[in-house]
Design a binder for this molecule. Structure first.
Ligand code: T3D
Length: 256
C-alpha cells in the first residue's frame, strides 16, 4: 500500500496520508511524496481543488518519533522535507482543504495550518505538541499560527501544548467549520465540489494576494491588487460570470 494515496474525481484531487498505525506520522518518504504530489499531480489542469486527509483514526501526528529516534535534526534534511511541502502548498494556485478528523499534532497541525481552508470533524483534536518533546514548532507554524490567533495565544499554544477540541479550535479561528463526525465525509465532499465548480484562476489570484499581504504595506497591496485584477479580468470565468449576471442565471465556471 502506498504511503500517500491519491485519487482525482470531478476536479477534486484527494490526497490521503496512509500510515494509520501511527496516526499518519511523517516519515521522510511521506514528506517527499507529499511535496511531489503538491508540485506535480496537484498542478495538472484537470485538478481544481485539493483535499488533504488522513487514513484511519486521525489526520496526522507530526514527525514519526520512531524514525527520528532522538537524532540531531539536520537543517538541510529539514529544508528538503518539511519546507518543500509547505512551500508547494503555498505556491499552488488552487485551494487546498485540510479535512481533519481525530488528531492533528506537531507538524501535522502545522500542515493543516498551511492549507487554505480547514474543515474539522467534531471528533478532531489539535495540539502543537513540539514543546512536550523539547522542540520548537516548525513546518510554518510560527508563520501561520500567530497570523490566525495573535502572538499571545500562539505563544500559549506553542509553549503549553494544550489539547484543543474541534469547538475550541473553531472559537480561535483555527478551523473554518466543524461538522458532526457522521456527516464529515459528505460535508468535505460538498465543500470540495463547491470550490471545484468555482473560478479556479480567481482562487489562485486570491491566494497570491492574501499571501503577499502578510508582508506588504497598504500601498503595495493596492498596486498588487490592480495588477492581479487585470489578470483576473482576462479569464474566461470573468467573462462567464458577467454574462451569467446579465442573463440572470448561475455562472458555469470552467476554471479557465
Ligand atoms: O525532522 C525535523 O525537522 C523535526 C520535525 C519535527 C516535527 C514534529 O512534528 S515534532 C512532534 C511530533 N509529534 C508528537 O510529538 C505527537 C506524538 N503523539 C501524540 O501526542 C499522540 O499520539 C496524539 C495526540 C497524536 C494522539 O493521541 P492518542 O491518545 O489518540 O493516540 P496514541 O495512543 O498516543 O497513539 C496511537 C498510536 O500512534 C501509538 O502506537 P501504538 O502504541 O498503538 O503502537 C503511538 O505510538 C503512535 N503514534 C502517535 N504519534 C506518533 C506515533 N508514532 C510515531 N510517531 C508519532 N508522532
Amino acid at each position: 500500500m502506498s504511503i500517500l494515496l491519491s485519487e482525482t474525481h470531478g476536479g477534486i484531487l484527494t490526497l490521503t496520508m496512509n500510515r494509520p498505525e501511527a496516526i499518519n506520522a511523517f516519515t521522510t518518504e511521506m514528506l517527499q511524496a507529499l511535496a511531489k504530489a503538491f508540485h506535480k499531480e496537484a498542478t495538472a489542469p484537470e485538478v481544481r481543488v485539493v483535499v488533504l486527509r488522513g487514513a484511519g483514526r486521525g489526520f496526522c501526528s507530526g514527525q514519526d518519533l520512531r524514525e527520528f529516534a532522538g537524532q540531531t535534526i539536520s537543517y538541510k534534511a529539514h529544508l528538503r522535507n518539511y519546507t518543500a511541502v509547505v512551500e508547494n502548498i503555498a505556491a499552488l494556485e488552487k485551494p487546498v482543504i485540510a479535512a481533519i478528523h481525530g488528531a492533528a499534532a506537531g507538524a501535522g497541525m502545522s500542515l493543516a495550518l498551511a492549507c487554505d481552508l480547514r474543515i474539522a470533524s467534531s471528533d478532531a483534536i489539535f495540539t502543537t505538541g513540539f514543546s512536550k518533546i523539547g522542540l520548537i514548532p516548525d513546518a510554518g507554524m510560527n508563520y501561520h499560527l500567530p497570523r490566525i490567533v495573535g502572538y499571545a495565544k500562539a505563544f500559549e499554544l506553542e509553549a503549553l501544548s494544550p489539547r484543543l477540541s474541534a469547538e475550541q479550535a473553531l472559537a480561535l479561528g483555527l478551523v473554518n467549520r466543524v461538522v458532526p463526525a457522521e456527516q464529515f465525509a459528505e460535508e468535505v465532499g460538498n465543500l470540495a465540489a463547491e470550490l471545484a465548480a468555482g473560478p479556479t484562476k480567481t482562487y489562485g489570484l486570491i491566494k497570491r494576494a492574501l499571501r503577499r499581504s502578510a508582508g506588504a504595506t497598504l500601498e503595495e497591496m493596492l498596486e498588487y491588487e490592480a495588477l492581479l485584477q487585470e489578470v483576473a479580468s482576462r479569464t474566461e470565468d470573468h467573462k462567464e460570470g458577467v454574462q451569467a449576471f446579465y442573463e440572470k442565471r448561475a455562472a458555469k465556471f470552467g476554471g479557465k
